[in-house]
Write a protein that binds this ligand. Structure first.
Ligand code: HEM
Length: 139
């Protein structure tokens, strides 16, 4: 089965996932440090960011399942780095993102909301950046 289109979609969507993460981090950091008021836009940014990263992860899971199915024995090292380490890193990232975002929604004060949101997306962003750097050979 030709998985190249899926691979290209998963590879290209990273820019959208990283862009929404950077926007969310900046917005929440500013709100946190300046003691801003949590508004509708802040809720929407969090939702769009989680959806953007979720799409990336879904594409990755489907790609993983399809490619593992057609893999040969000689490809083991490649398998461990790209099919174990990379997915585990990214799955930890989205677990952190979803737990953090659920916590943002439960937190009451505006400054506290921004603090939790900023920390959530900083950790998510760092993990996602690390996962991309490793899988593309930067690190
Ligand atoms: C935010 C989350 C993720 C980001 C930003 C991301 C990004 C990337 C990038 C940049 C590549 C390399 C593409 C290239 O070489 O051009 C890649 C490859 C890949 N990713 Fe992800 N990924 C994420 C999550 C996941 C998850 C959760 C899985 C699986 C459960 C996954 C499975 C894969 C697979 C199977 C490959 C291709 C490996 C290969 O055949 O060489 N990814 N990903």
């Amino acid at each position: 089965m030709d998985t190249n289109i899926l691979f290209m979609a998963h590879s290209g969507w990273r820019y959208i996932a990283l862009l929404v993460l950077v926007i969310a981090i900046l917005k929440y950091l500013i709100g946190w440090l300046q003691g801003g008021k949590w508004g509708n836009l802040d809720r929407q940014i969090g939702l769009i960011t989680t959806i953007g990263v979720d799409i990336q992860v879904l594409l990755g899971i489907v790609l993983w399942a399809l490619r593992v199915g057609i893999m040969q024995n000689a490809e083991r090292m490649y398998f461990i780095e790209r099919y174990i380490e990379h997915p585990v890193t990214m799955l930890i990232a989205i677990v952190v993102m979803h737990i953090g975002w659920a916590r943002v929604r439960k937190t009451a004060g505006d400054t506290d909301k921004f603090r939790v949101a900023a920390l959530t997306f900083i950790i998510t962003g760092l993990l996602v950046a690390l996962g991309v750097a490793r899988v593309t050979g930067w690190m």
